[in-house]
Design a protein. Structure first.
Length: 367
């Protein structure tokens, strides 16, 4: 085990230097011209757990490797890399809405878009497809549940900041379970919509519920507390309860779990924040992979929607880490992807983020 007393942080302010790009390379590839991987021999999973560590690039995982007691991603059987750019002019840097949409639908869109195309038309999500296939579905986030990534799997709207409208859509959407923060967006009018659409609402993870109804659990007014400050319930506790509920469907389930606040540690250039959220991620991975060992028809995939902060790890004094940031926003850096379970071999590749959505949707349809 690795123990570090202190993490040193330096905001690296190197002079920016432009790099001229050939004209034909200035617009990144769209999903239409991404190379597909031959998956004719794929074993189709019955159920899928997709874990998204928001904002976590190679630097964040490196920080966790050296600064936490364990590095749980090493348990996965397969690993690859993901390009995350949007379909937004010449931009290479995505936001969580565009990248979330790519993974939820298999289709690229512009930054800020929640499961809609450039014309504002809805794109069918894996949650909607899974419901049609008779699977149970759920989303979990440590942000507000109406934040960009969870919203991309459930709602359809032209701009991610419209969280009140996203809550209204979620209240009547065909998703069986929603856990996380954000009660402030679920006033009595929204809860009334939820109840009118066979839904129920809890504020305690251990609260009783009616298994014949959809379940929304909101455990904080805004985002969930930081892991290092005693998040209650923890991401792992929310996910374990969700699995206990969704596992009752013999038709299988699709569950998306987002460790939302890794990203916020990057935005704030705060290595302790990142370390705490990555510690939470380690616990989540341990639980999900143990569940997968006991239920070997389950595919577990871990990735990120983008990198945030341009994180780089250097030697500090006395064995500590010198954590450097190149910005307080997202970067175009590739992010890792890990997978374990049936069909996991597909992710042993360099891929576009749309390929995650396309392949998971294919698994859902081919069950």
């Amino acid at each position: 085990m690795i123990y570090l007393i202190t993490i040193l942080c330096m905001v690296f302010t190197a002079q920016a230097q432009d790099l001229e790009v050939p004209e034909h390379l200035k617009k990144p590839p769209t999903s239409e011209n991404t190379i597909l991987i031959d998956d004719d021999k794929a074993i189709t999973p019955k159920s899928i757990i997709l874990i998204i560590a928001d904002g976590a690039g190679i630097g964040h995982f490196t920080l966790s490797y050296y600064a936490n007691d364990k590095f749980s991603p090493s348990q996965f059987q397969h690993v690859g890399l993901v390009a995350t750019h949007p379909d937004d002019g010449l931009k290479k840097v995505t936001d969580s809405a565009s990248s979330g949409t790519a993974m939820a639908t298999g289709q690229k869109t512009y930054n800020g878009a929640i499961a809609v195309d450039e014309d504002g038309e809805p794109i069918e999500t894996i949650i909607e497809i899974a419901n049609k296939m008779g699977m149970s579905t759920g989303v979990i986030a440590t942000s507000t549940v109406t934040h960009a990534t969870p919203a991309s799997f459930v709602a359809h709207i032209d701009y991610r900041k419209k969280q009140a409208e996203i809550a209204r859509q979620m209240a009547k959407a065909d998703v069986d379970l929603i856990f996380g923060g954000g009660a402030k967006f679920w006033g009595e009018d929204v809860l009334s919509i939820l109840r009118d659409n066979n839904g129920q609402y809890i504020t305690n993870i251990n609260e009783s519920y009616n298994p014949s109804k959809r379940l929304v659990g909101l455990f904080n007014d805004g985002a969930m507390d930081l892991h290092s400050e005693g998040r209650t319930p923890t991401t792992t506790e929310m996910t374990k309860r969700a699995l206990d509920i969704l596992d009752n469907n013999t038709g299988g389930f699709f569950l998306m779990v987002e460790e939302s606040q890794v990203d916020w540690g990057g935005h704030s250039n705060d290595p302790e924040y990142i370390r705490g959220e990555m510690e939470s991620l380690n616990d989540l991975i341990d639980m999900c992979l143990q569940y997968q060992l006991e239920n070997q028809n389950v595919l577990v995939v871990l990735t990120a929607d983008h990198e945030c902060g341009g994180v780089a790890i250097h030697d500090g004094d006395d064995g500590n880490l010198d954590v450097q940031f190149t910005s307080d926003y997202h970067s175009a850096n590739f992010v890792p992807i890990w997978a374990s379970g049936p069909g996991a071999y597909f992710f042993d590749a360099m891929m576009d983020n749309t390929m995650i959505g396309k392949q998971l949707i294919k698994y859902v349809k081919n069950r």
